[in-house]
Design a protein around this ligand. Structure first.
Ligand SMILES: *Cc1c(COP(=O)(O)O)cnc(C)c1O
Length: 367
């Protein structure tokens, strides 16, 4: 990465390493011989990333009509699962036009807008135990037992809707043992319930949320352990996003100014958290590498160009002596980074996007 990052035409820029991403998804795929693997597009729907992942996944999970249209256009033949709360009648209609494989129903109201033949999973909001989760997806997501029973009753009265199973994305930031424990709890509730509804060959979509540790980039989710311990039946489907793409994107930028104010050193970088919002939303220091210099380290706070004290990439982190023109690459910027950021705030220029490929590096226009 370094040699390319140092020779980019301009900063800031996103740099994605497609061969390494492909090696990663191959390894994840190999670790999950008996499990269906969908990629959650909302983590990063970049078309080059989707095309890199497509040969190695069973499908893509989308969470809006916009993602659905984009994924279908990018990958005309891929299987798609469509989830997310508050689906509009138009979006549910689009799901049928664009040949969605599974629709995850979030409410009885959504069910009432399914007009044509559809295979659905019901999203369950189960009061399960998820210690150590970074986020728990309770509240508005999915349905409690009463609403699930109501949906099952309505489906039984139709001929065009096929109930295939249960979807449960209940927490994020869990390691492999915690994910396995959660999968067991979901199966213990869902399998008897599906049997009671007369569902043959039930499917369990147990969601995404596999942990990514920004404080310890080497602590990878243990896919091998997870894959070995997941049961071969019933059909289990997962839909991770962050743990697939986080590691293969960088936000590379240069130092504009260095100043010490009331004893604190600030390094002001071109761009800001309107391009890489991840450290603000997650409340962490974004990991980074200084590419152009080394030397004795002292603490500094890395900020961007925005006129808000929240524009902080990393606070009080050790850095070598930095000067304008030095180049810094923020790592782990491949998921929930550019696409969750508020790009237009302050109207600074947008980053370029560069893609490492087997043949070198190519660049797409600013988006
Ligand atoms: C966001 C989301 C995912 C992906 O979660 P990650 O933490 O990126 O793995 C999967 N399924 C659903 C329903 C989601 O909302």
């Amino acid at each position: 990465m370094n040699e390319y990052a140092l020779n980019l035409a301009g900063y800031p820029a996103y740099l994605y390493d497609l061969p390494e991403l492909e090696a990663h998804i191959r390894a994840v795929r190999a670790a999950l011989p008996d499990t269906e693997l969908f990629y959650a597009a909302k983590a990063n729907p970049d078309a080059e990333i989707l095309r890199t992942l497509a040969p190695h996944v069973d499908g893509i999970e989308v969470s809006s009509g916009g993602e659905l249209a984009h994924v279908r256009e990018t990958l005309p033949d891929i299987r798609i699962a469509f989830g997310g709360p508050g689906k509009t009648p138009d979006e549910l209609h689009l799901a049928q036009t664009l040949n969605v494989d599974r629709i995850h129903m979030e409410s009885p109201r959504e069910l009432s807008h399914i007009a044509g033949p559809a295979s659905v999973l019901l999203r369950a909001n189960l009061p399960l135990n998820t210690p150590n989760a970074a986020l728990t997806m309770s509240g508005p997501f999915g349905m409690d037992e009463d609403a699930l029973n109501e949906c099952a009753r309505r489906i039984a009265e139709t001929t065009h809707i096929d109930l295939r199973g249960v979807h449960a994305h209940l927490a994020s930031g869990l390691d492999a043992p915690a994910m396995l424990d959660l999968a067991g709890q979901i199966a213990d509730w869902a399998l008897p319930w599906l049997e009671a509804q007369g569902v043959d060959d039930p499917e369990l979509n147990i969601g995404g949320g596999m942990a990514v540790d920004y404080a310890d980039p080497d602590a990878l989710f243990d896919w091998a352990d997870y894959g070995q311990k997941l049961p071969a039946s019933p059909t289990i489907r997962i839909e991770p996003g962050r743990a697939i793409t986080a590691y293969h994107g960088w936000y590379v930028t240069d130092v504009l100014d260095v100043k010490t104010t009331r004893g604190e050193t600030y390094v002001i970088l071109r761009g800001g958290t309107h391009h890489l919002r991840t450290p603000v939303t997650k409340g962490h220091n974004q990991p980074f590498k200084v590419l152009t210099t080394t030397g004795p380290e002292s603490p500094a706070t890395l900020v961007g160009q925005l006129c808000t004290p929240k524009d902080v990439f990393a606070r009080n982190v050790p850095v070598p002596p930095l000067a304008p023109g030095d180049i810094i690459a923020f790592t782990m910027a491949g998921a929930y980074a550019w696409n969750i950021s508020h790009h237009d705030f302050l109207m600074h220029p947008k980053p370029d996007f560069h893609y490492l490929t087997g043949e070198g590096c190519h660049t797409s226009a600013r988006t």
